[in-house]
Design a protein around this ligand. Structure first.
Ligand code: AMP
Length: 194
């Protein structure tokens, strides 16, 4: 059992790789983006406010996402947790360390999917097109305009976590531009060593 963070900008492939780990290893994917999209449909005032922030591509308040993660951690996981899209700020990273410590859990690796920014907007536009063709809901923040904001938020708030985890010796950097299967294999090697 291992608990890992998948780190990387929007469109790096975190969600895709997390889903593969769920299938292959029985891990539990904790995607704050998915949780927030669910909260959005709850019809509450909080859900409405969260939806507005997400549609602009900005980050939701730390306390909201920390609370969501806390609830999910309480449910436990035999195969380990994959943190996907969380933490996104230094405050969230500190909170995660506290939440894990309180439950006697360890963080086994922080895997950064290193990608080429120029390729990302293309991936996002393709994701929206694939969803549309499949008749699935298209994310309202998967447009080139909102993507630009999301990428800036990433560099301003989330990229500092690369240094934070590097200093803690938890960081593993993988080539996120490789084929999907090659990335999955590289992640598997990290997990097998953890
Ligand atoms: P994602 O599905 O991870 O791309 O997240 C979609 C959107 O949800 C982001 O652009 C943010 O508005 C919000 N969000 C997701 N995770 C977090 C987080 N850890 N902290 C703040 N906002 C988040």
């Amino acid at each position: 059992m291992a608990n890992i963070i998948l780190l990387g900008p929007p469109g790096a492939g975190k969600g895709t790789q997390a889903k593969r780990l769920v299938d292959a290893r029985g891990m539990v994917q904790l995607s704050t983006g998915d949780m927030l999209r669910e909260a959005k449909t709850s019809g509450t005032e909080m859900g409405r406010r969260v939806a507005e922030v997400m549609e602009r591509g900005q980050l939701v308040t730390d306390d909201i996402v920390i609370g969501l993660i806390d609830e999910k951690l309480a449910q436990g996981s035999k195969g380990g947790f994959i943190f996907d899209g969380f933490p996104r700020t230094l405050k969230q990273a500190d909170a995660l360390a506290d939440l894990l410590a309180r439950r006697g859990l360890a963080l086994d690796a922080v895997i950064e999917l290193v990608v080429d920014d120029a390729a990302l907007v293309g991936r996002i536009v393709r994701r929206a097109e694939d969803a549309r063709l499949a008749g699935e809901p298209v994310r309202r923040d998967d447009t080139p305009e909102v993507f630009e904001v999301r990428l800036r938020e990433y560099y301003k708030n989330t990229a500092p976590l690369i240094g934070y985890y590097w200093a803690k010796r938890d960081l593993v950097q993988l080539d996120g531009m490789a084929e999907m299967q090659a990335v999955a294999d590289a992640i598997a090697r990290v997990l097998d060593k953890a």
